[in-house]
Design a protein around this ligand. Structure first.
Ligand code: BGC
Length: 442
């Protein structure tokens, strides 16, 4: 049997990623809290409730879990609605609370990466139009200044906006996130405001902390032509990728927002990413369909033989991660995988998903591509937005009734990967023997 070990560079960041609204609990000042109360918005009308109860202090035990599993970094987010519950009020005790968490991370040997906006807005902001309001760059800049000033002692790695492409699509085009809008024309305004907000935050953070590393996390989705020999499929897959994957990173490189029929110059956004954050989960097959106008002429689907997650939400497509890395090279910046993971309550799929994706990551590293870290989504099962509690992405399982945590086998596997800074054929034979022959062919 062929055996091998694939090492990562010294100092590689290994961690998990979380988001405030999904783990803290009782975020009653967020627009998501209101959205949850309206029947039909969340699957089975689930409520975030206490979530993982981090705000009451369970962040400590969960970050201890991260440390016990040899992680050396953690991506966390800050809840704007806690820091600024009203337009003219800063909650200093919430700021102190976050300082304590950041100190807790540093003391545990976890390098913090902080996301400043992860889908959740204060209610007062949503009442004034959130991302449709042209004043949002000013509001965001003030909030960011307050946070960065308070946390700069512990943090120098910042994600301004998590997945602006997902936020734009789900909140303003598909209507599945608050405010539930379905208006493609309005999307240009929203995207412009997001870019302006990022740019304002980028410049301010660098003023406060010149050594800061600032970026966004882009959700990179693979779009593979269903029939690679059929030009319309190839064309539509490219179009979808350009709209979903390229829109924001290109705007932040060039200072130009390119929509299908509109081009907008935003010069202050030019060269405002210090690293490329990539959230990668899966790939679609795309076939050209003239009647899918709203979906940009593409029918998207998973192939019939796809290795699917519990709810069919994610197809295990590890090579898409390699494609994402290759795509990211065009920006000539360090690359960080800011999220990657799968919903899998009984952990039958996660071990191979994890090994196969990290294998693809290693392929990039082996070409000396500038990949600096990997954050698994996620540490403990959390509230999955419009899908409520139906999807379980945690290395640890959460019982929402009792708040008890139970370790899944993948947590042990990930701990070995983090500790040894590699993946090895031994790990594959122990945790995912079914892919051994494919990963290590004779
Ligand atoms: C989001 C996370 C989410 C994850 C899995 C990502 O798009 O950033 O907040 O929980 O997907 O659904």
């Amino acid at each position: 049997m062929v055996s091998a070990t694939f090492y990562f560079p010294k100092g590689f960041l290994w961690g998990t990623a979380t988001a405030a609204y999904q783990v803290e609990g009782n975020n009653t000042n967020s627009q998501w809290w209101e959205w949850e109360q309206q029947p039909g918005n969340i699957l089975h009308d689930h409520k975030s409730g206490l979530a993982c109860d981090w705000w009451s202090g369970r962040w400590r035990e969960d970050l201890d879990r991260a440390v016990e599993s040899h992680q050396n970094a953690h991506r966390i987010s800050i809840e704007w609605s806690r820091i600024q519950p009203a337009p003219n009020r800063w909650d200093e005790s919430a700021i102190d609370h976050y300082r304590e968490i950041m100190r807790g991370m540093v003391e545990r040997g976890l390098t913090p990466m902080v996301t400043l906006h992860h889908f959740s807005d204060p209610i007062w902001l949503s009442e004034s139009g959130s991302w449709e309001n042209d004043l949002i760059p000013n509001y965001f800049e003030k909030f960011v200044g307050k946070v960065v000033d308070a946390l700069k002692e512990y943090v120098s790695s910042w994600v301004t906006i998590n997945e602006p492409n997902v936020l734009l699509t789900f909140a303003y085009v598909l209507g599945q996130f608050p405010p539930g809008k379905k208006d493609l024309r309005n999307a240009i305004r929203v995207a412009t405001n997001m870019i302006n907000s990022h740019a304002a935050a980028y410049h301010l953070i660098h003023k406060i902390q010149p050594q800061a590393q600032v970026g966004i996390a882009t959700n990179y989705r693979g779009f593979v032509p269903a029939k690679p020999w059929f030009p319309p499929d190839v064309w539509v897959a490219r179009l979808q990728s350009r709209l979903f994957n390229d829109l924001f990173p290109v705007a932040l490189r060039d200072g130009v927002l390119r929509f299908p029929v509109t081009v907008k110059r935003i010069p202050q956004a030019k060269n405002t990413q210090d690293f490329l954050g990539i959230d990668y989960y899966t790939c679609d097959r795309v076939s050209f369909n003239l009647f899918k106008v709203g979906e940009m002429f593409g029918r998207r689907f998973y192939p019939p033989d796809a290795d699917l997650s519990d709810n069919g939400f994610i197809a295990n497509e590890p090579e898409g991660l390699f494609t994402a890395l290759k795509w990211a090279l065009q920006f000539k910046k360090p690359i960080i995988i800011t999220e990657n993971g799968v919903e899998d309550s009984d952990d039958h799929l996660r071990p191979r998903y994890l090994l196969q994706h990290i294998h693809q990551l290693w392929r990039g590293v082996n070409f000396t591509w500038p990949v600096k870290g990997y954050f698994h989504w996620t540490l403990v099962d959390n509230f999955e937005w419009e899908r409520g509690w139906t999807q379980r992405f945690g290395l640890w399982e959460l019982d929402t009734e009792t708040q008890a945590r139970r370790k899944r086998p993948s947590a042990d596997l990930y701990a070995q990967i983090c500790r040894e800074n590699c993946i090895s054929s031994d790990m594959v034979s122990q945790y995912a023997p079914e892919i051994y022959a494919q990963m290590f062919p004779e």
